[in-house]
Design a protein around this ligand. Structure first.
Ligand SMILES: [Zn+2]
Ligand SMILES: [Zn+2]
Length: 256
């Protein structure tokens, strides 16, 4: 059985269809889905929490994507802090730094990321980090603000070997998406080859980043098996072993 450790199934892309999406995931061997809040607007958080309340095998996280850091003030932080006390909220995030798209100014992204790191520490929850073109800054912030013991995952990891090992050094897990199935992703598959399986998670980041052979269509949690199968191939182990270990990793990290 697999766990999709990062999906935005509360999004409008699945309106009226969530039960079917979850059923298809189950049928494909995906036992649990983590509905990640913070992609879009604040309602993505309460919607994720509502889904977790409605479906036994769905858990939720609350945060705000670095793209939207400019919209995070004290009111939003207070509301999200309150949501962390809801049952089945298992992490703070997604949060982080995205210096590729730069939808929010860097200093604002850094301020909000620091605030979410503090929220994770104060609530004793792990953190779900989105980082693009900011590995040096993110590792430094996690080291300094995180106090050296904050558990978490770098989701949709697409960095190089040096970045991977800087995060592993901090005790973080690395989560891989359908990007590793893309033809031109050989450098990333090489990173996968070198990262210990004990520190790897799999995710879809649905509705984005649809793996081959469904690339170009809407993504959904059932497709996380294509990510797991690619890791199996790259590492030369059975897909069942990838499922067993990545599921154990999710349960350890998020304490579920
Ligand atoms: Zn992300
Ligand atoms: Zn995401």
């Amino acid at each position: 059985m697999l766990i999709d450790s990062h999906a935005h199934i509360q999004g409008k892309e699945y309106a009226g269809e969530v039960a079917a999406v979850i059923a298809r995931a189950r049928a494909a061997g995906v036992e649990t889905i983590i509905a990640v809040g913070g992609a879009g607007d604040m309602s993505s958080n309460s919607d994720a929490v509502a889904l977790a309340a409605r479906f036994e095998n769905v858990y939720a996280t609350v945060g705000m994507h670095p793209h939207d850091a400019k919209d995070v003030g004290n009111d939003e932080l207070r509301a999200l802090r309150e949501l962390t006390s809801q049952p089945k909220v298992i992490a703070v995030g997604e949060t982080g730094l995205d210096f590729y798209y730069n939808h929010s100014p860097h200093d604002v992204q850094r301020r909000v990321f620091a605030q979410f790191i503090q929220m994770a520490r104060a609530t004793d929850l792990p953190i779900v980090v989105h980082e693009r073109d900011a590995a040096t800054q993110a590792t430094e912030m996690l080291r300094v603000e995180g106090g050296g013991s904050l558990p978490g995952v770098i989701h949709c990891f697409t960095g190089n070997y040096d970045a991977a090992f800087a995060y592993l050094d901090l005790g973080f897990y690395l989560s891989f998406t359908g990007i590793i199935t893309f033809k031109n992703a050989e450098p990333l598959r090489d990173v996968v080859r070198k990262v210990p399986l004990e520190r790897i998670l799999v995710e879809t980041d649905s509705p984005y980043l649809t793996p081959v052979p469904h690339r170009g269509k809407r993504n959904e949690p059932a497709y996380v098996r294509f990510v797991a199968e690619t890791i199996a191939k790259v590492k030369g182990v059975e897909p069942a072993e990838i499922a067993r270990q990545t599921t154990a990793n999710v349960k350890t990290l998020f304490r579920i």
